[in-house]
Design a protein around this ligand. Structure first.
Ligand SMILES: [Zn+2]
Length: 378
């Protein structure tokens, strides 16, 4: 066989192989190849600037900070009036200690107690404490799910987020020029029987916390009721920089998160502790979830809910933080697959474009949690 003929034949074989590959692989394959070429890899994880906007540093040890620095993260540690956490005073003191040690990497959000709500002087006291905390460096104020699910007024009724008594506090947060982080209600799984929940983390949490497991408390507000209260609150404060923690508790459906963000242009959401619900959806329709992040690239912020407990072993916690951060990076930033036990599935990475990752992981947080500029609060 002449050299020319052999080359020609080889060329024909190669053409046939590539044709058959094109014919058998789904159209999305071409998109994927392009997407992966345009995305980060695991090797980029450490050096790309990142911000975890939802953590709880309840331990003054510097281990959390050190791991954040090693993995290229800044942290926003959120104080919460949660009975399982150290006292508010203690959380506050830890935040100030760590922020003083490394103000570049450690940021914090303050909160307030609902104790005495509705009694004379409560609003003034809370608003004065928020002003003091913002002056000390707090970049946001947190309202927790105890509003709507736990705290009751003098008549024994649950205090809802759109209670007129909370409006002056919301206005104070706006006037101080910081963000309001709101954790409203629970994931929708909380209203379902255990065997209908979509993720193991919800199954675990609600079997351990029957007091927050709404399926067991039909007398409590429904999921939709809580979402409506929250929407009324956001609508009533259009100038507030509103952050819906945990994907605004709409984690089960990216279309619902999209509708929320469309309706409230000043709102953003964090992803804390809801990655598996997003992965659950992307296993079923990867392009839909990927398109959601691309479309709302300015409105979603990366967060984990990593909690460094007072009694945790620092070395073990560092390993856990690194494991969670690397796994989330693999999913959002790269095209690599990984096993996710919480949903018992192999989850392919979204390989989001680099520019989108840069916003979700950093730029949006820097914008939303910017230090307040007096006089520019509006
Ligand atoms: Zn949290």
């Amino acid at each position: 066989m002449s050299m020319l003929l052999r080359r020609l034949l080889m060329g024909l074989v190669a053409a046939a192989i590539s044709l058959s590959a094109a014919a058998t692989s789904p159209a999305s394959k071409t998109v994927d190849t392009a997407a992966v070429a345009n995305s980060y890899s695991m090797a980029d994880f450490t050096h790309v600037r990142k911000y975890d906007v939802h953590v709880h540093a309840n331990n003054p040890d510097t281990a959390f900070l050190e791991q954040a620095r090693a993995d290229g993260f800044e942290l926003l540690s959120i104080n919460v009036d949660y009975p399982d956490f150290p006292s508010l005073e203690r959380q506050h003191a830890i935040a100030l200690t760590l922020a003083a040690k490394d103000p570049q990497h450690f940021h914090w959000a303050t909160t307030f107690s609902m104790k005495g709500f509705g009694t004379p002087g409560w609003t003034e006291r809370v608003n004065a404490s928020l002003a003091r905390d913002v002056a000390k460096g707090a970049l946001a104020v947190k309202i927790w799910k105890n509003v709507g699910l736990v705290e009751k007024n003098a008549d024994g009724k649950l205090i809802m987020l759109d209670d007129p008594g909370l409006a002056p506090v919301a206005e104070q947060v706006r006037a101080l020029g910081v963000a309001l982080i709101d954790h409203q209600g629970e994931p929708r799984n909380c209203w379902l029987p255990l065997d209908q929940m979509t993720t193991d983390n919800d199954r675990e949490y609600f079997s351990k916390h029957p007091e927050y497991y709404m399926y067991l408390h039909p007398d409590q507000p429904s999921y939709e009721e809580l979402m409506r209260e929250r929407d009324r609150f956001v609508a009533a404060h259009p100038k507030l920089r509103f952050v819906g923690a945990h994907l605004a508790s709409l984690e089960y459906d990216v279309d619902r998160i999209a509708a929320f963000l469309d309706r409230f242009p000043n709102a953003t959401v964090d992803m804390a502790a809801r990655m598996s619900q997003v992965q659950y959806q992307s296993v079923r329709d990867r392009e839909k979830v990927r398109n959601f992040f691309i479309r709302y690239q300015d409105r979603v912020m990366y967060g984990t809910d990593l909690t460094f407990a007072a009694d945790a072993d620092p070395a073990e916690f560092r390993r856990e933080a690194h494991r969670v951060w690397s796994s989330d990076w693999r999913y959002l930033a790269t095209g690599e697959s990984q096993r996710v036990d919480m949903i018992d599935a192999d989850v392919p990475g979204l390989a989001l474009p680099r520019a989108v990752v840069d916003k979700i992981y950093y730029a949006n947080a820097v914008r939303v949690f910017a230090a307040p500029r007096p006089g520019l609060a509006d």
